[in-house]
Design a protein. Structure first.
Length: 583
């Protein structure tokens, strides 16, 4: 663990050593000050010119100040660099994790790891290390000097140092544990607060403010308690060091006194030895402090490593094989969208976790390239999961899924997702301007293409109505837009990616007649150019579909057109009568 911790410092070791040296030189310059002052006073007494000595003193002060300031600046800079590196690596990993892993993690806790835990690394890795190294040198130096004076007294002193070391070594793991728990509690506080902020309106509407405040407060109190525990152990380490040194002082005094009276030791040596013993107090205290910081750093690193240890999504297929048909070649980024691709599911078996029930139990269906295919079925049938598997947010455990005739496991992940447009059910809109939202999935589109997508998704009304047009901020999660607008923004965003297959999870919520009509037009128009697979919740969508796949309890029950299915399939007829009333 220590080695891993030091790995953060390695790229900065030269600048760190330089910073430490400058700090040292600064202190030495400080030590020279009284001496220089003496020259000034001497010159004054001798009645000579004071200009020379005063100038010398001034220069020394300036040099000392500049050197010390540069040293501490370099240290801080190193600290910031280390924090920046740790944050970048952590965020890089976080955004590349597998969706299945992220489902288990709490966003607030992740946030606290990036903001809080990385900060803890700074103290230990800069001042902690430099001061400890300096202190260790001073300690060794003092011990060597002691050794030249009296071996017996040295043994007494070393005995005490070993005892101090033992006590501190016993306390250190406890500090680390308490610190880890403190950081955990901070993470918990973050995740509880995040929960409340994410469902802000629900919290208010439920009158749950007091309760949520209490829950966040409890997590904060837990962090305080653990912090206090750290403080207790730290003070204990400090006080036991102090007491041990006092005992050493008394023991050296007693043993040394006896040796002086027996003539084995000179009084002057005893006095010098005792002075060195006092001199030891500062470096030992610094070493203990460095040890405490080290434990805090280790606790923080543990939480950072927990995330870094999670696997990232594989960017490339395990064993690339030849595409089965030419249509699977990378989309041409010319024209409006690449060649439409089809999708097949063949006996697909999937569960979200080892201990979870099967969500797909032999799902088989085919979506030919182009046209509109609707997925329908009761809630929980596994429709959204179909999308999750096509996007490879999750890996299916059995059967085969192909996109464009090519097994999705053979597609490089980035290429596969570039071929797909995906509109989630809640049609998420991110904080930022409308333009930023539209360009989120495709940064390099021209103004022309942007306007065309806006027109196709019937967003031109909205854009002309907004005070600053495309540059209008849409609020956190797009709260300033209506549900239907959010959905069409999400569709426009997906279309700008020129998808070869559009996955559209229709909102279950009611749309007004105007928005409903617009949505139908948009879907029909897009389906003329590319493959559209839609999880349908409204009659207008299914009646316009070229084919409908009826899913039930993790399987495909029937496939056909609306007219066929109404005649043939009981479940579909029931769905059409109840679920699709929104049409
Ligand atoms: P549908 O879209 O047809 O309503 P879903 O595909 O969303 O159905 O869900 C099918 C089943 O899988 C449900 O029982 C649901 O609880 C479960 N499920 C969905 N998403 C997850 C997930 N991320 N983790 C665990 N279980 C999930």
């Amino acid at each position: 663990m220590l080695k891993e911790l030091l790995a953060y410092v390695r790229p900065y070791r030269r600048i760190l050593i330089l910073g430490g040296l400058l700090g040292l030189i600064g202190s030495v310059a400080g030590l020279a000050m009284p001496l220089l002052a003496k020259y000034v006073v001497d010159a004054f007494g001798a009645g000579g010119s004071m200009a020379g000595p005063l100038l010398g003193l001034t220069v020394a002060v300036l040099i000392g100040a500049v050197v010390s300031a540069s040293g501490s600046y370099l240290m801080e800079r190193t600290g910031e660099g280390i924090v920046l590196g740790a944050r970048r690596r952590l965020v890089d990993r976080m955004l590349r994790l597998k969706v299945a892993d992220v489902d288990r993690l709490k966003p607030g806790d992740l946030l606290s790891r990036v903001t809080g835990d990385t900060t803890l690394l700074r103290a230990v890795l800069t001042n902690g290390i430099v001061e400890s190294v300096g202190a260790a040198f001073m300690l060794v130096g003092a011990i060597v000097m002691m050794a030249t004076m009296d071996a017996v007294l040295l043994l007494v002193t070393l005995g005490v140092i070993v005892v101090v070391g033992g006590i501190v070594a016993m306390i250190m793991p406890r500090i680390q544990r308490a610190q880890a728990q403190a950081q955990e509690a901070v993470g918990e506080m973050g995740s509880v607060l995040d929960r409340a902020l994410q469902a802000y309106r629900t919290v208010k509407a439920s009158g749950a403010e007091e309760r949520e405040i209490a829950v966040v407060g409890e997590a904060a109190a837990r962090a305080r308690d653990r912090g206090l525990q750290v403080a207790v152990w730290t003070s204990l380490a400090g006080v036991s060091t102090w007491v041990s040194l006092q005992i050493a002082f008394l023991a050296v005094l007693a043993v040394g006194g006896a040796r002086v009276s027996s003539g084995a030791l000179e009084v002057s040596s005893l006095i010098a030895f005792l002075l060195y013993l006092f001199y030891l107090v500062a470096p030992i205290g610094q070493l203990v402090q460095g040890g405490v910081q080290l434990q805090q750093g280790l606790a923080a690193m543990q939480r950072i490593k927990e995330i870094e240890a999670l696997p990232a999504e594989p960017a490339e297929p395990a064993e690339p094989s030849e595409p089965a048909e030419p249509a699977a070649e990378p989309a041409e980024r010319t024209g409006d969208g690449g060649v439409p691709v089809g999708v097949t599911f063949q006996d697909v078996v999937f569960r979200y976790g080892e201990d979870r029930p099967l969500v797909h139990d032999g799902v088989t269906f085919e979506v030919p390239p182009g046209g509109l295919t609707a997925l329908v079925g009761p809630s929980g049938a596994g429709k959204s999961t179909v999308f999750g598997l096509i996007e490879r947010f999750y890996e299916h455990q059995g059967g085969t899924i192909t996109v464009g005739g090519r097994d999705i496991r053979d597609w490089p992940l980035g290429e596969l997702r570039a071929a797909l447009g995906y509109v989630e059910q809640d049609a998420p809109v991110l904080a930022g301007t409308l333009r930023e939202n539209l360009l989120f999935a495709a940064r390099d589109v021209t103004e022309d293409e942007l306007n065309r997508a806006i027109a196709r998704t019937r967003l031109d009304d909205l854009v002309s109505r907004l005070p600053e047009g495309l540059e209008t901020p849409v609020g956190h999660r797009g709260v300033l837009l209506s549900g239907g607008e959010r959905q069409r923004v999400a569709i426009a965003r997906a279309l700008l990616r020129r998808p070869r297959l559009l996955l559209l999870d229709e909102a279950t919520s009611q749309l007004d007649a105007v928005n409903e009509l617009r949505l139908r037009e948009v879907i029909a128009e897009v389906a003329r150019e590319t493959t559209v697979l839609v999880i349908a919740h409204r009659l207008s969508t299914v009646t316009g579909a070229d084919r409908i796949v009826v899913m039930e309890a993790g399987g495909v029950r029937a496939v056909g057109t609306h007219a066929e299915l109404v005649g043939e399939d009981d479940l579909y007829r029931e769905l059409a009568a109840t679920q699709f009333l929104v049409g």
